[in-house]
Every structure is written in C-alpha cells, then in structure tokens.
Design a protein around this ligand. Structure first.
Ligand code: KG4
Ligand code: ZN
Length: 379
C-alpha cells in the first residue's frame, strides 16, 4: 500500500488530500477562497497567496486527521509546482518541501494540468467507521475499485486557464493534439458571465441561467478551425458582447447593472430586456458543441478506447451529457463535479504514478507559473 499526501495551491483553492495507491481517496480537504475574490470579479493574486498562507497548515492537518494517518505512514508528498499563480504556487511548494525535509519523505512535483486528468482514476473511500452497535456491518475489505481508465485514451482538459486535447498512451506518455489558441473554455465562461452580470465564478452561474433559457435563441458562431484539433473562444465571446451591447443600446444601461430588473427568459427575446438566460444557454451550447465535436473527431481518428473529461468546466452538466451521448459507443469517463474543480486528490494520484516510476523532485524544486505539458519533468 502506497500513501501519498497531495498539496494544491495553484490558484484560489487550498487543498490537501491523502490517496492510497493513486486511486482510493482517504481524505480530501479544500478551503475555497471564492467568497474573498467574488468582490473583484476574478482571482486577486496577492489575496490568494496570503490566504493560502493562512489556511495551508490547518488544511493539511485536517487531511491527515481525516485519513487517520501519521507522517510515518506517508510514502511521498506530491505538490503542484505549475502552472498557476506564482505567489500561490510558492506557498504549496515551500510547505511541501519543508514537510518532506522535516519528516524525510520523498517529494514529487506535479503538473496541475496533467493532474486534472487523474480525477478519473479516483474512487471514494469506504464509509467512515461509526459507533459500534448502531452502525451497519462494515465490509471487512473495501469493495474493489472500478477498472482503471484504458489506454490509449483521449483526455479533454477544460479549466479556467487551459483547454487541451491530449492523446495518452500510458501514464506520463501523451501527445498534445490540440489546445486553445486564445481564451480557455472556463475563461470564456467567466468573461461572458461578467458581461451578463452573473458574477464569479462564471461557469456555474452560466449553467444555472442557461437552465431557464433556450439554446436556440441565438445562433452564436462556432470556430471549427478545420484540419486542427485546436479551439478558439474569443470570437464567440465577442459575438456575445455585441449581442449584449445591442440590447444595452436599446435599454440604455449595461446588463451588469440592470440584471435583476431586465432579465427575461421569454421567447422570442424581447428587445426591452436583456435575455440573459437565452444568451447564457446559446453561449453554453456553442462552447459544448465545439468541445464535443472536436473530441469526437479526434476519438475517431486515434481509435481511442475511452474519453476522459477533466478540469473545472467538466463539471458542466450539458458538456457531460452531450459528450456521453455523442461519443457513444466510446465510453466517456467524467469525474464527480467536486473532483473536476481544483482539489488535491488528483495531485496525490498523479504523484503516486510518478513516484512508482521512480520520479523524485529535489529540495531545490521551484515553482513554474508557465509550466507546459510534457515539456520537462519536475526537477
Ligand atoms: O479547474 P478549475 O477549478 O481551475 C483551473 O485550474 O482553472 O476550473 C475553474 C473553471 C472556471 O473558469 C469556472 O467558471 C469553470 O471552471 N467551471 C465551470 C463549471 N464549474 C466550474 N464551467 C462551466 N460549467 C460549470 N458547471
Ligand atoms: Zn485547475
């Protein structure tokens, strides 16, 4: 049995998790900073790093307690060293290095983007033991985990900072088939949500607004970038901007200021209100359409055995539904939403696979805010 403590501080979530054999989550603690950053409409880097400093130690202590493990039980400490916000990454990396040094535990630096894919390897742990007498009998051994994802597989990583389509032939072996040439999918969700006055983070807000609108209300453009597996979302974002401006010109006020009074979900959209639900639904449909169709084409061309979704946008219900329906019969694996957004369990999982390959990071491990996939292993 190999136990890895994962530590994640690349953006605005402080995370620590203990994972057994790269798959079984023994604990997973996340301290979200969303409420702190909401007022700025996005992540404020200086505030993020200061908050990580305040929460990292209690979060790690909680993860160790929840897992019921001691420092002596750990085989490795895995930490995100990039990409991400420099000040935020520094907190996690320095704490991980200090703990690894103090307790003489091997250190493994991991790439945050690659780690997102490993949410698909994770399975929840057995239920926590409860009081004797009242508790239902616990199985002597936890149930066998479901089968591992099968290579070769396609991984679509869609987060606030990245949109990447990878062909993975084994752990650590991947080819980048395509990526966004401008905005990341999550970034597009966040920017459009801001335009519509829906707040931060944008993805969940758009999804919620879209549930009251019609995806056919507006025909927003899809950038197919034919002959490539690349993505582009800036044209779509601009099309939404023009639509909103058109309505604002009629009404005489920015959507963001008048949201509560002027939102309408009537069909067809009325010109004296901003049809936020319709715009959100049509925008969401355009993003999902391109993500699903490009992944489908790549799956066909590469004969991938499975498709894995990863990253915060993989929490999107329409994306999950459409990807599963349109990729059939190729199986689509989708982690539970809480494992799609930033947390430390996938960090520990990827750390395990690197650790068992003999990969180690030195105590000179440094952060790399612009770390790219597959360019260089962690030092
Ligand atoms: O992976 P993540 O937690 O952080 C990064 O590494 O970027 O992804 C955050 C992104 C944000 O852009 C957020 O708006 C988006 O994921 N997101 C969603 C949903 N939940 C989170 N996008 C669409 N639909 C959702 N339900
Ligand atoms: Zn992320």
């Amino acid at each position: 049995m190999t136990l890895v403590l994962g530590i994640e501080t690349s953006c605005d979530e402080t995370g620590a998790a203990v994972v057994e054999n790269g798959r079984r989550i023994l604990s997973n603690v996340v301290a979200s900073q969303i409420d702190l950053h909401k007022q700025y409409g996005g992540v404020f880097p200086e505030i993020a790093s200061r908050q990580h400093i305040l929460t990292i130690v209690p979060v790690i202590q909680q993860a160790m307690r929840d897992a019921g493990v001691d420092w002596r039980d750990l085989d490795a400490i895995a930490v995100t060293y990039g990409p991400g916000l420099a000040g935020s990454l520094l907190v996690g990396v320095n704490v991980a290095k200090a703990l690894a040094f103090a307790h003489d535990i091997p250190l493994v630096g991991v790439n945050h983007i690659e780690a997102h894919v490993y949410a698909n390897w994770l399975v929840p742990t057995r239920p926590a033991p409860t009081d004797l007498g009242s508790a239902p009998p616990q199985p002597a051994e936890p149930p066998a985990p479901p089968p591992e994802p099968q290579f070769p597989l396609l991984a679509l990583i869609v987060s606030g900072g990245h949109t990447e389509l990878l062909l993975m032939t084994d752990h650590g072996q991947f080819k980048r088939l395509g990526a966004t040439i401008d905005d990341a999918a999550g970034e597009a969700f966040d920017k459009v949500a801001r335009l519509l006055g829906l707040g931060f983070p944008g993805g969940p807000a758009i999804q919620q607004a879209a549930s009251r609108g019609s995806a056919e209300a507006f025909q927003f453009p899809r950038a197919w970038l034919k002959g490539t597996y690349d993505f582009s979302f800036s044209g779509l974002k601009t099309a939404v901007l023009h639509t909103v401006r058109k309505y604002e010109a009629k009404i005489g006020a920015p959507a963001a200021d008048r949201k509560s009074k002027l939102v309408s979900s009537q069909t067809p959209p009325l010109m004296h209100t901003i049809p936020v639900p319709h715009i959100a639904a049509s925008f969401q449909a355009a993003v999902v359409d391109v993500l699903v169709e490009k992944t489908r084409q790549a799956a066909e061309a590469t004969k991938a055995r499975q498709v894995l979704l990863a990253g915060g946008v993989a929490a999107n219900a329409l994306l999950r539904k459409e990807m599963t329906a349109r990729l059939a019969p190729v199986p689509v694996l989708v982690p539970p939403p809480a494992l799609c957004t930033d947390n430390a369990a996938p960090i520990a999982s990827l750390g395990y696979f690197r650790f068992t390959r003999g990969e180690r990071s030195g105590h000179d491990l440094d952060v790399n805010p612009n770390l790219r996939l597959g360019v260089a292993p962690a030092p």
